[in-house]
Design a protein around this ligand. Structure first.
Ligand SMILES: [Zn+2]
Ligand SMILES: [Zn+2]
Ligand SMILES: [Zn+2]
Length: 489
């Protein structure tokens, strides 16, 4: 992915190389000598470029072939063949890494994750053992459907007492279930958003661009852009390392013809926040060195209805956002189409939760922005929810509290738009407008079945997964006896 950071590094390299060349020039100013050296260097450089290109092509073809094989292996019922393929891909990844072929390495590791029966273990292992940049590159190569089915199937971890499981109820695919009992009033989970935006009409200098808290000591962006301000240097650095590196216009922001300045002016005049949220999401995906990689988090966001056709406003906003991204990411134009923009917009619209961080002059807490949360985006809406959400320490960090007693196996749901006392039809119309779905909760449609997780079924599934992990570990690290046996053969 092309990125200005790379260009800056290249410019620095050119400057350093330039200085050395100048010193060389002082030493050997014979014109013939210089001509000969120049020709020799050019020939050597061309040969090197050609060799590198050939190597790259070869590695790419190999990795592509392996990818096709991975899809085939994943669909295969021959467990031994899948296991052998997994081990081979892990080894090929390691070899590519040793050669410095990061792209090939990422492809092979992604193939291994794709076929693995316990991808969460592999992902956790890789996350700890390979460089952040390589991990991020690898995650981008894993099919989002695989991530959705496998990675999040195991999310969000045993200790939370929560679990995402698919259901056979048509309009609800993956649901968040409690796997232990919670008493009324239990705070069972808190999390920070992976995407957050203040309301467009709010003064950016008044609220932190990351955690949304009311700022007491203003910390500006290090590039002094004036687009975002922060409550602390920590928030500033995390914001820059996630979305702001791509979106920051620096001093150019004060020029009204700057693409980002035009985009912000549009959100202010229309009061529409969606385009900025999509921009922040894409900026995180495009960021080659994110402080926290949320590509997988964004990839799982669901929107199950057919995508709406983009209206004139959506087309206009897409046209405003594209130059902002292409200014830093050359390939954005090829990657981002009106269709993919509309898809991302629908997903964010469906999953963004309004948050409150401060009171109005009358002392009532008021909406200050919208954010998307990982666990939160797996929880369905209910008009009679068993979970209440609130925000921690006047920031956009969310907290989930049991509104009533929750039993293991119950689906956990909260009210996306806040608890409403309105009539059913009115409530459903509001939800449809704000979140683009027809509410099928037990209160709206009492006759439809609600999801329930069988704990017996879950225990059986977990035992099988554990066994598969053990098998996989035994396969990838042969016992000393087996090693000796292999050597004899
Ligand atoms: Zn902050
Ligand atoms: Zn900035
Ligand atoms: Zn409902």
């Amino acid at each position: 992915m092309a990125y200005k950071g790379v260009a800056v590094a290249a410019a620095t390299a050119v400057a350093v190389v330039g200085t050395i060349a100048y010193l060389d020039h002082v030493r050997t100013s014979d014109p013939e000598y210089r001509k000969k050296v120049k020709a020799r260097k050019a020939a050597a450089r061309e040969a090197k470029i050609a060799a590198l290109a050939a190597l790259k092509e070869k590695a790419k073809a190999e990795a592509e072939a392996a990818k096709a094989e991975a899809a085939e292996a994943a669909a295969s019922s021959d467990k031994d063949a899948v296991g052998a393929f997994f081990v081979a891909q892990m080894q090929a990844g390691q070899e590519a890494l040793n050669k410095g072929d990061l792209d090939g390495c990422a492809t092979h590791f992604a193939n291994a994750v794709t076929v693995s029966e316990t991808p969460i273990d592999i992902l956790v292992y890789l996350k700890q053992s390979i460089p952040e940049e390589l991990f991020s590159l690898m995650v981008k190569k894993i099919d989002p459907e695989v991530l959705r089915d496998k990675y999040f199937d195991n999310f969000p971890g045993e200790d939370t007492g929560l679990r995402v499981e698919p259901t056979d109820i048509k309009y609800k695919q993956n649901c968040m279930f409690a796997v232990k009992d919670f008493a009324e009033g239990d705070v069972f989970h808190t999390e920070k958003p992976f995407l957050s935006a203040l309301l467009p009409d709010m003064d950016p200098a008044g609220y932190c661009g990351l955690c949304a808290i009311v700022i007491t000591d203003v910390v500006p962006c290090a590039q002094n852009c004036g687009q975002e301000f922060y409550c602390s240097t920590d928030c500033r650095d995390v914001a820059f390392g996630s979305h702001h590196a791509i979106l920051c216009s620096g001093a150019k922001f004060s020029d009204p013809t700057d693409p980002m300045a035009m985009l912000v002016a549009h959100t202010k005049s229309t009061g529409r926040k969606e385009v900025l949220m999509v921009g922040k999401a894409l900026a995180q995906v495009f960021n080659p060195k994110p402080v926290r990689d949320c590509t997988a988090d964004i990839a799982h966001l669901s929107f199950d209805e057919p995508l709406p056709a983009p209206n004139e406003m959506v087309k206009k906003e897409f046209a405003l956002l594209l130059p902002v991204l292409t200014a830093k990411v050359e390939q954005a134009e090829q990657i981002l189409t009106l269709d993919s923009y509309t898809a991302m917009l629908s997903k964010i619209k469906r999953n963004a939760i309004p948050f409150t961080t401060h009171p109005n002059p009358k002392g009532l807490m008021v909406k200050s922005g919208h954010a998307v949360y990982l666990a939160g985006s797996f929880m369905n809406h209910s008009c009679d929810p068993n979970v209440k959400i609130s925000f921690v320490k006047k920031t956009n960090q969310i907290q989930y509290t049991a509104r009533k007693a929750i039993k293991a196996g119950d689906e956990v749901c909260f009210a996306y738009n806040g608890f409403s006392m309105k009539k059913t039809e009115e409530r459903r119309a509001e939800l449809k407008k704000a979140f683009a779905f027809d509410c099928m909760c037990g209160k709206c449609v009492p006759e439809v079945p609600q999801p329930k997780l069988s704990m017996e079924h879950l225990e059986k599934k977990l035992a099988e997964q554990k066994k598969a992990t053990e098998n996989m570990k035994n396969k990838s690290t042969p016992s000393p006896e087996q090693k000796a046996e292999d050597e004899l053969e």
